[in-house]
Design a protein around this ligand. Sequence first.
Ligand SMILES: *[C@@H]1O[C@H](CO)[C@@H](O)[C@H](O)[C@H]1NC(C)=O
Ligand SMILES: CC(=O)N[C@H]1CO[C@H](CO)[C@@H](O)[C@@H]1O
Length: 278
Amino acid sequence: MIFSKLAAPLAAILAVATAQRPATPQSTEVIDGIKFIKSGPRVLLPKDEYELKFARDALNRLKTRLGPDGLLDLLQPDIQEADAFWHDIIDKSSSSLYVSADGRVIGFFPNMTALDFAAWSQSPLADKANNAANPEHYFKRTEEVSPGVLRAEILEGWGGVTTHFTVPDYTTPPDKEKHGMLRELPEFPIQAAGSKVLADGTDAVFGVLHISVRDVPGEEHGEEQDGIEVYASVWYGDAIDDDHLEAERQHIVVEIINMSMQAQKDIENGDFKPPTAQ
Ligand SMILES: *[C@@H]1O[C@H](CO)[C@@H](O)[C@H](O)[C@H]1NC(C)=O
Ligand SMILES: CC(=O)N[C@H]1CO[C@H](CO)[C@@H](O)[C@@H]1O
């Protein structure tokens, strides 16, 4: 009897308590072989997705505060290591054999053709977007040295090789006599290429950059709208090992996606007037 008298109010109290505290969603993930059951956040995502957002915010803050010259000073030890790395690759490579790190990405954008993306890539908006396009981008400053020839100064890493270099002769179309290793790629109507030159005072050419863009019919990929394909290659002496090339392939993919997303945004919000809209 006593129990049943108590039980009713107790059940009511418990019911209220439960109603006030909605069931907490949990999510399970396994990281490095260890299982974690986590709850708390309103939005439950894999731990790395939270961490990536925080890392982007922190990197953006640091890069912005330091600025190009601050980053150049701070990263001097890494840059000197990279200079030694590249001189070693140049010395050990055979003079006529080159290997490339290649990355290709097709994206389907509502407001951008291949020509639009190419034009955006050579605009000041591309330099502005550069640092956010990849965590290992520290700065890129570009000037037009003569009509159609761009000179870029860049500080950037690939898998930790943090290199300060210039691309003094970036031209459309590529100079395929000067850079005999470049692929022809006749299916890509828009192409540009230039040398990668160490900024350590030696003017050593350690690589050649080749970027090609084309429109891709949507139906080839079951898409309603047409896409654009960006095909980027960086050529090095054959002494480079594949782990370096792999880091660079991954870097290229991140960069193409982030840059093209920013280009689409700049066109969409009117900051960039695409040539095909004129
Ligand atoms: C971008 O594409 C969308 C979808 O086709 C269209 O509604 C919009 O007007 C376009 N914006 C610009 C700036 O062209
Ligand atoms: C570092 C950085 O800002 N990267 C951007 C790459 O693109 C994603 C969208 O996929 C942005 O969220 C990132 O901010």
